[in-house]
Design a protein around this ligand. Structure first.
Ligand SMILES: Cc1ncc(COP(=O)(O)O)c(C=O)c1O
Length: 384
């Protein structure tokens, strides 16, 4: 039995995924396979570090020590061959707050900000809620894979101030190649556009694929800002700890100014402890996790063969799977009825991921295998 087969009690723990079903889906009797966290314990090394820290009260004001940057930097070099300097690091309670900070710090009200669609919804809302104009470039599907519309992207980059990139891409799990990233970085550089790369999913990579940091592909050019976090990789979203990496001092000053305006000063004691422990001692656990997710993905590939008109977009990365259900010809409401009322399966329908997401479904497979099997049975019930 794998450590990931263990079924955890998550109901009643203030879990968004398990305890907010009624608020989001209108009913709480669904199998929750939506929000992007995992139904797995984090690495034991993280739990031990946190227990040790708990024995060292009080929990007064703290700061992120220089050691934290060195630990993350070692991780990025080891896992992704990206050498970063400790001076490039800043911190943030989350990647979504970092997106908002970058938008506010590096663009003005009314400026245009470009992103791809479909996309993780805060890529839209953080731009619009900060009163910038959202510009979209729609991904093109070719051979069951998303491709960049280069003509459209190049044209739109002429007018925008920032390009928000999701790398790897949520919701499809597509990894952008080194050549693609270099081309994106060169185009942004040429047009004087900031390239802001959300790499929160970059450690959850399937065995056939390889993530390349955008800043590595772009030679750490000053216009590139990167976000990384242990939250997805090690299931620590509730610890609210993430990093912003920017090689340019002037860019960092602007980002710091915005964080200063919010009164943001530091991460929490347990956020720092968990982040350091995860990046220092979590690698072996991550290797096991990736193997387990490969197994879950195989269950899905087998199961989907039995469901007519439903297709998996093969992921390179992430435990979030993107299914194409357009052949079913159902409206969004009919799809919700089939999934939530008939099959009792709590997955996201694609419309909320923006243009191009209509008719798709996003399902989270970071759960014990038995639950993934049940999820596939329910998907079949919804559409079979
Ligand atoms: C691409 C992407 N960015 C950011 C986040 C959330 O980041 P955080 O919880 O650090 O704000 C998610 C969560 O699903 C995500 O998929």
């Amino acid at each position: 039995m794998s450590i990931f087969d263990q079924e955890l009690k998550r109901k009643g723990t203030y879990s968004v995924k398990w305890d907010m079903l009624k608020d989001v889906f209108g009913t709480d009797d669904l199998l929750p396979m939506w929000v992007a966290d995992m139904d797995f314990l984090p690495p034991d090394a993280v739990l031990q570090s946190m227990k040790k820290r708990l024995q060292e009260p009080p929990f007064g004001y703290t700061f992120v020590p220089p050691e934290t940057a060195r630990i993350i930097s070692n991780w990025l070099e080891k896992r992704h061959s990206w050498k970063t300097s400790a001076a490039w690091y800043m911190y943030s309670p989350g990647v979504v707050p970092s997106i908002a900070t970058a938008v506010r710090a590096l663009t003005e009200k009314g400026d245009q900000v470009l992103t791809m669609t479909p996309a993780y919804p805060p890529f839209f809302s953080m731009v619009e809620q900060n009163e910038r104009e959202l510009v979209l470039t729609q991904l093109i599907e070719k051979n069951n894979r998303y491709e960049i519309d280069w003509d459209d992207l190049s044209e739109k980059l002429k007018h925008v101030k920032m390009f928000l990139l999701c790398s790897p891409h949520n919701p499809s799990g597509r990894i952008w190649t080194e050549d693609e990233l270099k081309k994106i970085s060169d185009l942004c550089n040429q047009e004087g556009v900031y390239l802001v790369s959300d790499e929160i999913h970059s450690d959850l990579v399937y065995r056939h694929a390889k993530h390349v940091p955008a800043a590595l592909a772009g030679d750490n050019a000053p216009h590139i800002v990167t976000f990384v976090a242990p939250s997805k990789t090690f299931n620590l979203a509730g610890m609210q700890a993430s990093a912003i990496i920017a090689s340019d001092e002037d860019v960092r000053k602007k980002l710091q100014e915005d964080q200063g305006k919010q009164g943001f000063f530091t991460l929490s004691t347990f956020g720092i402890t968990a982040m350091e422990a995860a990046y220092s001692d979590g690698e072996e656990w991550l290797e096991q996790l990736i193997d387990y997710l490969e197994g879950n993905l195989e269950i899905v590939r087998k199961g989907i063969g039995d469901i007519d008109g439903l297709y998996l977009m093969e992921p390179d990365s992430t435990y979030l799977l993107w299914f194409d259900a357009r052949e079913k010809g159902l409206s969004e409401d009919e799809m919700k009825e089939a999934l939530y009322q008939k099959a009792k399966l709590g997955v996201d329908t694609g419309e909320k991921y923006g243009k191009g997401g209509e008719g798709f479904i996003r399902m989270n497979i970071a759960s014990p295998r038995a639950m993934v099997e049940e999820g596939m049975a329910r998907l079949k019930k919804a559409f079979g």
